[in-house]
Design a protein around this ligand. Structure first.
Ligand SMILES: CSC[C@@H](O)[C@@H](O)C(=O)COP(=O)(O)O
Length: 352
């Protein structure tokens, strides 16, 4: 099997950014050619590129697109900050967005004595490094998660934390790809993930491409699938882990975790260390994006609710730490009590 069977979500092509337009999947494979930070902002906001690590990578390249034509040092530093703040405003919840933009800015600030052209090159080089490192990070998360898995297991996942959401492999789906390479047969249940259907359009698609046994279910079927005894582990990604271990992820993750606890099924959160936000004390402090009501009332162009109905459409929810069995990063496994474990984990791995 190909190590990475799905199309890549982010590609740096000579002098511009190519993004796989994930809104068109699973029926069309179309790449967008982006030359400006405005077009990158738009791609992030409209979910053409989505998934916490992928939006961080795209934004880092977007920052380069925003400063590459400046003509003076003054303008460089002004634009660097302005474009970073602008890109960071595209979506509020995934901490990977600000993490990537801060990382690029910090890198360039530590090279202030360089020439203007060198500074621009440093911005691009750091974006490329974040991109490359993400593949390694995902692979290691997969290896660490694999230690909890066995041939034949049933896995339930929610949303898409797969290769499409990252540079490659994904976070929650990485162990599933690695298990396939070992010749294991896992049975994956993909929640369709209302309202935007990342599970149906993206997870089911990329696992099918990889010839992995995947069954698509509606979100409200997770309970019955667990009750049948078909699920031995829930594995999900995350957009931000708070300092106390509360986990923010796609709307519906909380319900899945509560159901899993009732059925005695472990819940593993696949998280790059960059998704751990020690500056956010608890899940209550995480800004939750609310999206347009039309995602619910007229998803994919067909009206399915009365005109002007009142709608609540949060894109994410927070699963309290007590429902989480373990948070698995590229650097290891963190278990309760999470507050100490997360702090230690982040500090220990800071300079790796
Ligand atoms: C490795 S991706 C982790 C999360 O970003 C993912 O689970 C998720 O919630 C994505 O939401 P999305 O709104 O599609 O960007």
């Amino acid at each position: 099997m190909n190590a990475i069977p799905h199309p890549l979500s982010v590609i740096w092509q000579n002098d511009h950014l190519q993004l796989l337009d994930q809104r068109k999947l699973p029926t069309e494979t179309v790449y967008m050619e982006l030359q400006t930070p405005e077009s990158v902002w738009d791609a992030i906001y409209t979910l053409a590129v989505r998934g916490a690590p992928a939006i961080g990578i795209a934004a880092a390249y977007g920052l380069y697109l925003g400063i590459r034509q400046v003509e003076s040092m003054d303008q460089f530093w002004r634009e660097l900050k302005r474009v970073a703040d602008y890109l960071n405003s595209a979506r509020p919840t995934a901490v990977n967005l600000s993490w990537a933009l801060n990382r690029v800015q910090e890198k360039v600030m530590s090279h202030q004595s360089q020439s203007l052209e060198q500074l621009k090159e440093i911005v691009l080089a750091e974006a490329k490094l974040i991109h490359q490192e993400d593949e390694t990070v995902c692979r290691k998360i997969g290896e660490n998660l694999l230690t909890f898995m066995q041939d034949g297991m049933g896995i339930l996942t929610h949303c898409n934390a797969g290769g499409l959401a990252t540079a490659a492999y994904g976070t929650a789906l990485a162990p599933i790809y690695l298990a396939k390479q070992k010749g294991w047969n896992l049975k994956v249940f993909a929640d369709e993930t209302r309202p935007v259907l990342q599970g149906a359009r993206l997870t089911a698609y990329e696992l099918q491409q990889a010839d992995i046994d995947v069954t698509l279910i509606c979100d409200n079927m997770a309970g019955v699938v667990m009750k049948q005894g078909w699920v031995q582990a829930v594995i999900v990604g995350t957009d931000r882990v708070a300092a106390n271990g509360d986990v923010c992820n796609k709307i519906g993750t909380y319900s899945v975790a509560v159901l899993a606890k009732e059925h005695g099924i472990p819940v593993y959160v696949a998280a790059p260390t960059s998704s751990i936000d020690l500056n956010t004390a608890t899940g209550d402090e995480i800004p939750i994006e609310e999206r347009a009501p039309e995602e619910i009332t007229a998803g994919f162009g067909k009206q399915t609710a009365p005109t002007e109905i009142k709608v609540f459409n949060p894109a994410f929810d927070v699963t309290p730490a007590k429902y989480i069995t373990a948070i698995v990063t590229e650097n290891g496994v963190i278990r309760a009590p999470f507050a100490n474990g997360l702090k230690e984990h982040v500090h220990k791995n800071k300079d790796n």
